[in-house]
Design a protein around this ligand. Structure first.
Ligand code: ADP
Length: 452
């Protein structure tokens, strides 16, 4: 264990031991001379016995020699040391600040940076102890709060947004630090010895919060539209169309459609939240991906023939074993092939293939690719396709009974399976959705290597 540094108000042990009896006698010479004069006076003028006088004098000399006391010069030195400790944080404070996981600045009461931890050094380049804090922290609200903490001695928490280069949310805790014995406990505290500024980047938290609220807003909006249409038709059927059998049949079929849309939406929302709940649990069962793809293609063949599209399969002869959840992998394949049929039916063909891939370090993975020859997707939409409710064209998605959640579900399922989704597309050239999934692990828990 390392020796803790002495407290700023403690006299260091070596100072106490350093003074010799002779030095102490020298330091107390004036007091001793005065005492000698007083004792001599008492002996001569007041007939105090000489032996008593000599005994008192001897006792004073012994006490001076052997009882340690602070010399004035040592006191001055000590005060200077205290002053320095008040200007520069001690090792204990530095070690503590270094242990904090967020950027921290220690400044003095005049706003001069006295110490910064490693996190702050890595984010705020060029920050130097001795420079004003405002050289590195420029947010006006933060500097104003810092001044208030200096003046009042009360801790504050503030947050602010920086717009450049990207929108970033920050929160700072500004706390005064009083060294022991420096007057922090007084009713009207003095200027703090140090101010600790701890900065936290809240951007990720805010982004998640915004995603959650956006999701709720989008989901309720998506549900409200068919609900409004259902209510409207029910009112019409109760009123003006009460005795119109033709209108009633037409309206009932639209109502069935809208109810179906609501059901699909609720199914997808529930599916998404179920997958999110299991996000950190890796599937343990072994499944045959090739069989899953074949099964899904068969299930979608009626839709394909309705759309006038042929699904062309290119699957390995032997089983393709991976660790996975069968139902979830069916959902992935179904969503991708169904999208290719819905949005790429103009191309007349959908190619579905499964092939071995050599990932980094020769780990074996399988790649499922679903290619259509339809309109394709403009490049700017590609990065956002897996966002919830994101559609390239809302009307065509609705016309195709889309909910805007299909690819978000695919992404979540793949995250749970340690898989990846890549989309390649050029407008007018169709789109290819590629899914990579790690092959079954070997005994060491690593994906099997491709045999030469
Ligand atoms: P949806 O339920 O609307 O189909 P998805 O999440 O499955 O929602 O897809 C999001 C959007 O991506 C779709 O609305 C569509 O605009 C676009 N998209 C997905 N697959 C294709 C594809 N194969 N070709 C063209 N656009 C596609």
């Amino acid at each position: 264990m390392t020796q803790p540094p002495p407290s700023p108000i403690e006299e260091p042990a070596e100072d106490r031991q350093a003074a010799s009896p002779l030095t102490r006698l020298g330091e107390a010479r004036w007091i001793l001379l005065f005492a000698f004069a007083a004792i001599t006076g008492a002996v001569v003028l007041h007939e105090v016995p000489l032996t008593t006088g000599l005994l008192v004098m001897a006792a004073m000399v012994v006490v001076t020699c052997f009882v340690p006391r602070k010399s004035s010069s040592r006191r001055v030195k000590l005060n200077a040391q205290r002053e320095i400790r008040r200007m520069w944080p001690g090792t204990g404070m530095k070690v503590t600040v270094d242990a904090l996981p967020t950027p921290c600045f220690v400044a003095d009461g005049r706003g001069i940076t006295r110490y910064v931890n490693k996190q702050a050094l890595s984010i705020y380049e060029g920050v130097k102890p001795g420079d004003p804090l405002s050289f590195s922290l420029r947010a006006p609200s933060l500097l104003e709060a810092f001044d208030r903490v200096c003046a009042t001695g009360e801790a504050e928490k503030i947050s602010w947004i920086e717009k450049v280069p990207t929108e970033t949310w920050y929160e700072a805790h500004i706390s005064p630090i009083y060294m022991p014995g420096s007057g922090g406990q007084e009713k009207v505290p003095k200027l703090p010895d140090f101010i600790l500024v701890v900065i936290q980047d809240l951007t990720e938290n805010r982004r998640l919060e915004r995603m959650r609220t956006d999701f709720v807003a989008n989901a309720s909006h998506e549900l409200r539209t068919p609900l409004a249409s259902l209510t409207g038709f029910i009112e019409t059927l109760q009123g003006p169309a009460r005795n119109d059998p033709d209108a009633r049949d037409r309206f009932l079929s639209i109502m069935l459609d809208q109810a179906g849309r609501m059901r699909r939406l609720i199914d997808d929302i529930l599916s998404l939240s179920r997958i999110e709940l299991k996000a950190h649990v890796r599937p343990a069962n072994e499944v045959d991906l090739s069989e899953i793809v074949r099964h899904t293609a068969d299930a979608l063949s009626p839709l394909a023939s309705d759309m006038g599209v042929e699904i062309r399969l290119q699957l390995p002869e032997t089983p393709v074993r991976i660790k996975g959840d069968r139902d979830e992998l069916i959902q992935v394949t179904e969503n991708l092939i169904e999208n290719a049929l819905k949005y790429g039916h103009d191309g007349k063909f959908v190619d579905v293939g499964l092939s071995k891939q050599s990932a980094p370090q020769d780990a074996l993975s399988w790649q499922l690719s679903v290619r259509d020859y339809g309109e394709g997707i403009p490049r700017e939409h590609l990065p956002r396709l897996t966002e919830r409710f994101y559609r390239v064209d809302v009307e065509s998605s609705r016309a195709m009974k889309g909910t805007g959640l299909g690819l978000a579900i695919v992404k979540h399922i793949l995250t749970r399976h340690r898989g990846r989704l890549e989309v390649e597309s050029e407008p007018g050239q169709g789109a290819t959705f590629k899914v990579s999934l790690p092959a079954t692990e070997n005994a060491e828990g690593l994906p099997e290597k491709i045999s030469a």
